[in-house]
Design a protein around this ligand. Structure first.
Ligand code: ADP
Length: 487
């Protein structure tokens, strides 16, 4: 039996990407569609992606077709939502536009009120889309706080949209701490009542993400380990007691990686393509990078990197202090990221302290990111929490060995190199402290001096299977389980 899924997200590749959500929403619907076709034939699983028509997407001039418009009721006056359609490898994609979205602001602005209005409008407009398309929806699939209001409004029967009214709901939790801003006022402007449920702590009752989590038929965390961590005070962000009441609907499915997008054998952005068969060629990329960044060209000096949003979550401070403890060891490091000005300053500070071996690149640069994955030896990921993490998977696929904190999805994706390197793919440390980081890094630096063993670790990582197929199948199982249940 086939079924229809409305997949709503704030960002998705190739249209717009700010972080890991963009990778996932760009790849998962395609993978579900393909998996569904192999299970149920051509019209098996009809999954369609819905995105806000962000200014950043419009600027890229993708070919889209204007389908029409519909009103979103509001107490003072209705707001018009315009619908555009694109097709990406057979996947139907809808862009929703309207006054709260059509501003020249970034995908996520620094103004939480503006973002609250934009994503509330987008979430509610998504619920009206199936009637506009005359397309019945069996599953509404939301992601993070931006689209959680769609689930709340649907499940509390506050939106009259016939074609989606009976849909089951799935919400994927990529990042619990980002719950959105107080949208109480915005909801009442759209005629939507606040929550009365006492299961939710009072402070969370007007925040989009908790509202969605309260009502979703199934909550999927982006790794099995994160799905367990969120029940604890350390990772539950004040919602752990509430989440424990929803334990029966929570599961974890690890994110995959788009293996066509991320392939060192064909990646056009890197100087030298390589695979396990000609892994020795990889060092040519390192030479180019060292030259480009005016670092001493030496293939025996371990080259380290972090490519990430500069946010406290990512533990830049842990790595920076930890590297400071290892001044007497041989290493070079390149940091690529943007975000918190304090962290940007810290990486610049490290470059000032070690001008001959550190480079701090404060920007978002997808091409450079690929070159770093393909040339550096060690990927540092000392995250304080990490729901899934994609960078470590990309790093392993590109023969760059991760050193990561044992948290969230990092535990599910990295096999720690124990005494024997036979199956290890990287290094895990437990305490989020520079001392713990530097101890494990020191161990890795010493193993780097044993080329055969190091090569084995690289190969183990390159052989890991993080393709989306397995995860897409698990999501289809979740949908089918919901559709076959009575309630
Ligand atoms: P998160 O989603 O928490 O930001 P992930 O590890 O899940 O972290 O995904 C981050 C993605 O964003 C990876 O594909 C990474 O390569 C990319 N990325 C992060 N910062 C940059 C940057 N400054 N330039 C290019 N790519 C970046």
């Amino acid at each position: 039996m086939g079924f229809n899924i409305l997949y709503v997200a704030a960002e998705a590749e190739p249209y717009v990407k700010v972080g890991g959500l963009g990778d996932v929403a760009g790849a998962l619907p395609k993978a579900i569609r393909e998996c569904g076709m192999s299970l149920h034939g051509q019209n098996g699983v009809d999954i369609r992606l819905v995105l806000p028509y962000h200014h950043a997407i419009k600027k890229k001039n993708f070919s889209t077709k204007y389908l029409g418009e519909f009103p979103i009721p509001k107490t003072d006056q209705a707001i018009t939502c315009q619908v555009y359609q694109a097709v990406n490898n057979g996947l139907k994609v809808y862009f929703l536009d309207g006054e709260p979205i059509d501003k020249k602001s970034p995908v996520y602005s620094l103004d939480p009120i503006h973002d609250g209005q934009k994503f509330t409008f987008f979430s509610l407009a998504s619920l009206h889309l199936p009637d506009f398309l005359d397309w019945p929806v069996d599953i509404l699939h939301g992601n993070d706080w931006h689209t959680a209001v769609a689930i709340y409004a649907l499940r509390t029967h506050q939106i009259r949209s016939r074609k989606i009214s009976k849909a089951k709901t799935v919400h994927t939790l990529h990042n619990l701490p980002f719950m959105g801003t107080d949208i109480g006022q915005v909801l009442s402007e759209y005629g939507i009542q606040p929550v009365e449920d006492e299961q939710l702590p009072a402070w969370a009752r007007k925040l989009p993400l908790p509202l969605g989590l309260l009502h979703a038929d199934k909550i999927v965390a982006v790794s099995p380990n994160y799905a367990k961590e969120i029940f604890t005070p350390q990772f539950g962000c004040g919602l752990d007691t509430f989440l424990n009441t929803r334990k029966h609907v929570i599961t974890g499915i690890i994110n995959g990686l788009d293996y066509k997008q991320w392939d060192p054998a064909t990646d056009p952005e890197i100087s030298q393509n390589f695979s396990i068969e000609n892994l020795e060629d990889r060092s040519k990329n390192k030479r180019v990078l060292q030259k480009d960044f005016n670092l001493k060209v030496n293939k025996d000096t371990p080259l380290l990197t972090i490519i990430s949003r500069m946010d406290a979550q990512k533990g830049f401070d842990i790595a920076i202090k930890g590297l400071g403890y290892l001044q007497n060891e041989s290493w070079q490091a390149v940091f690529l990221g943007t975000g918190d000005p304090i962290i940007e300053g810290m990486t610049r500070g490290l470059e000032a302290k070690f001008p001959d071996r550190v480079r701090s690149l404060i920007k978002f640069d997808s091409t450079l990111a690929r070159q770093l994955y393909a040339s550096t030896d060690i990927f540092m990921m000392p995250s304080r929490y990490e729901p899934c993490g994609l960078s470590q998977m990309i790093a392993m696929r590109y023969g760059c060995v991760p050193i990561a904190r044992a948290t969230g999805g990092l535990v599910n994706t990295i096999k720690h190199v124990s005494k024997s390197v036979s199956s290890g793919t990287g290094f895990l440390f437990h305490q989020p402290y520079p001392s713990a980081f530097s101890r494990i890094l020191s161990r890795a630096l010493h193993l780097y001096l044993k080329p055969q063993q190091w090569r084995q670790i690289q190969i183990n990582g390159m052989k890991m299977d993080f393709s989306w197929e397995t995860s897409a199948q698990k999501y289809i199982d979740v949908y089918q389980e919901l559709l076959s249940s009575e309630t």
